[in-house]
Design a protein around this ligand. Structure first.
Ligand SMILES: [Fe+2]
Ligand SMILES: [Fe+2]
Length: 249
């Protein structure tokens, strides 16, 4: 895209304060896409270490390629918004001590749950909500391009997760359920905090065209979309996998 992306974006037709916010949000998206590429590249290594079936390793390699494309797409948006894209710090992907010491099979399973099942499902929820509203400018174009890839990343089956859980003892399965809860809770808590002062009657998806045109959410809409994705997609999926107790909301 490059120059054409900047041309396609008429900065003066947007609220300057919102453009500034968008510049920050899209710069942060460059970072998270870079982190996704790093975590999935590491996942390829983990899959090789457990001698996973070749199609699963190749699928993970394809995902790394997709994430690198997302980095470039988000960089295009930052530039179109008049910003200068960068890289996350520290540049090296942080890996907690416990993660580094765990056997490859556990690292692979941890990555599959946190990245593919939880994070990808939630990000598809956000992207899907934006895709239809973000218009024909560079932001809408990029949101839809990323959505097309992400929908294939974690939305389908993740054979490694199903295979691992099938071979687990009940105690091990309970540990993976606790791990899953630790991945999910911060997202749910953030949404609850954003909705804390909002009366139930106002918890509706409001139209926010000025935000959507820049690929942004208002905090309220973002929290409501998260809650919806959790209720309709992620929670049922985790319950079906045995990673979430059906009795727990
Ligand atoms: Fe991505
Ligand atoms: Fe992805």
């Amino acid at each position: 895209m490059g120059a054409s992306a900047s041309e396609a974006f008429a900065r003066e037709s947007h609220d300057p304060a919102l453009v500034e916010r968008a510049r920050g949000v899209w710069a942060e998206r460059v970072h998270t896409e870079h982190r996704s590429a790093q975590a999935l590249a590491r996942y390829v290594h983990e899959l090789l270490a457990v001698d996973a079936p070749r199609p699963e390793i190749e699928a993970a390699l394809d995902m790394v390629r997709d994430e690198l494309r997302h980095v470039a797409l988000c960089e295009d948006v930052v530039r179109a918004l008049g910003g200068q894209p960068g890289r996350p710090t520290p540049l090296d992907l942080p890996a907690p001590e416990a993660f580094r010491r765990a056997p490859a099979a556990q690292r692979a399973m941890g990555t599959a749950i946190s990245m593919l099942v939880v994070n990808e499902t939630l990000s598809v929820g956000y992207l899907d909500d934006l895709a239809r509203r973000a218009g024909d400018g560079v932001c809408g174009h990029v949101v839809r391009a990323i959505l097309g890839d992400e929908a294939g990343h974690g939305a389908g089956d993740v054979p490694l997760v199903e295979r691992t859980l099938a071979a687990c003892s009940p105690a091990e399965r309970a540990e993976w359920a606790a791990f899953t809860e630790a991945c999910v809770r911060p997202h749910l808590r953030r949404a609850e905090d954003a909705l804390a002062g909002v009366p139930p009657a106002e918890r509706v998806l409001e139209d926010e065209p000025a935000h959507a045109a820049l690929g942004l959410f208002t905090p309220r809409r973002q929290a409501l979309v998260l809650a919806r994705t959790w209720r309709e997609t992620l929670r049922p999926r985790l319950v079906a996998l045995g990673l979430w107790a059906a009795a727990v909301p």
